[in-house]
Ligand binder design. Structure first.
Ligand SMILES: Nc1ccn([C@@H]2O[C@H](COP(=O)(O)OP(=O)(O)OP(=O)(O)O)[C@@H](O)[C@H]2O)c(=O)n1
Ligand SMILES: C/C(=C\CO)CCC[C@H](C)CCC[C@H](C)CCCC(C)C
Length: 323
């Protein structure tokens, strides 16, 4: 337990007390309790984010594991298969949602209700944010994140198959590419789904770092394009392709969406936040992400890689090293 620099003495005491109480109630628990407590705090990068109740989720685990241990084998198996059914169902629903979103925007583009560039950016903004918004429908099982990651993984396969022209699908190309070329699927859109996979597996809904980084990539970067193209008369001095309107919009909207998403996940109890510190930290991440997005990158790193990766690093540093 002492191996984690952010685990306070009071947290240790509370953990020990909660664990001892649970172990006293059922001696079998003393065998598993330390692993549960340590694991959460050693691997979880969100601990410094938490307020004075870092142990809340551990108490929930104590309750949940006691419940599972007390279950007869049949009921235990039913509980596990309940999670499997919930996760499989959620995966099917989200895959269908992704398909409907892309087809819907293709329809709007084909009927010339919106331009292709706007369709692409709206898919960019909505798919990642709606995907994150669906995370609470997955079970509390430790495998739930892998089921959720199947959705961007399937989309990754779809982009590869169409991008390499193994199968032709004009609908997909129209709604998510800039110039309508199949090979474009292998750049921005592919990087985008790869980042979704990475963030789901490494951060999932338990870490504000992943939530903020995806919000900046989807909401922040997406809105910079929409606003910049429409109102971007005044260009940034060091990059004539980007404008103040685009970057200021990215900072404000990215900050608001990140904070809103953190609030959304905190309602479900995935983490508890000290809001004053969180707002400061999200503002720092939004600022750094906006600066990175505004840099000239002709032929360099795609924004769908640079914005989320730099956001992850900044979020990790700003949340991780300040008590
Ligand atoms: N800070 C920003 C970002 C974007 N834009 C506007 O949005 C357009 C597209 O920007 P960007 O998304 O960076 O372009 P691409 O790299 O071509 O597209 P993508 O990253 O979506 O692949 C720019 O030409 C510019 O008109 C802007 O004005 N200010
Ligand atoms: C146009 C895009 C990036 C270019 O900057 C985004 C491409 C999006 C993918 C083709 C579709 C991704 C779907 C998501 C993984 C899941 C969305 C689910 C939701 C319920 C709509």
């Amino acid at each position: 337990m002492a191996t984690h620099p952010h685990l306070s003495t009071s947290a240790i005491t509370t953990t020990t007390t909660t664990a001892s109480a649970a172990a006293a109630a059922n001696p079998k628990l003393s065998l598993i309790r330390p692993q549960i407590c340590f694991r959460r705090h050693v691997i979880c990068p969100i601990t410094p984010f938490l307020t004075s109740h870092p142990i809340r989720n551990v108490s929930v685990d104590v309750h949940n594991h006691r419940r599972l241990l007390l279950l007869p084998p049949r009921a235990f198996a039913a509980d596990v298969s309940g999670h499997l059914i919930q996760d499989a169902g959620a995966t099917v629903l989200v895959v269908a949602g992704a398909y409907a979103l892309v087809s819907g925007f293709d329809n709007l583009t084909r009927r010339q209700i919106i331009e292709q560039s706007l369709s692409r950016k709206l898919v960019h903004i909505l798919s990642g944010l709606l995907y994150m918004g669906c995370w609470p429908i997955f079970s509390t099982s430790t495998d739930a994140r892998y089921f959720a990651a199947l959705v961007p993984l399937l989309n990754c396969a779809r982009l590869l198959v169409h991008g390499l022209s193994l199968v032709t699908n004009e609908d997909l190309i129209k709604s998510v590419t800039r110039e309508g070329k199949a090979e474009e699927l292998l750049r921005g859109p592919l990087y985008y789904v790869l980042i979704l996979i990475l963030s789901t597996i490494f951060f999932w809904r338990e870490s504000p770092i992943g939530v903020v980084s995806l919000s900046m990539m989807c909401g922040g970067d997406g809105i910079a394009d929409i606003m910049g193209r429409r109102f971007g008369i005044h260009k940034i001095p060091y990059n004539k392709h980007k404008s103040w309107a685009g970057s200021i919009s990215m900072f404000i909207v990215g900050f608001l969406i990140s904070t809103g998403m953190l609030y959304y996940f905190s309602i479900f109890g995935y983490f508890e936040l000290n809001w004053v510190l969180t707002i400061e930290r999200v503002a720092i991440v939004a600022l750094v992400a906006t600066l990175i997005e505004s840099l000239p990158t002709k032929g360099g790193l795609d924004d769908n890689i640079s914005v989320p990766l730099v956001s992850m690093l900044t979020a990790y540093l700003s949340f991780g090293f300040q008590p």
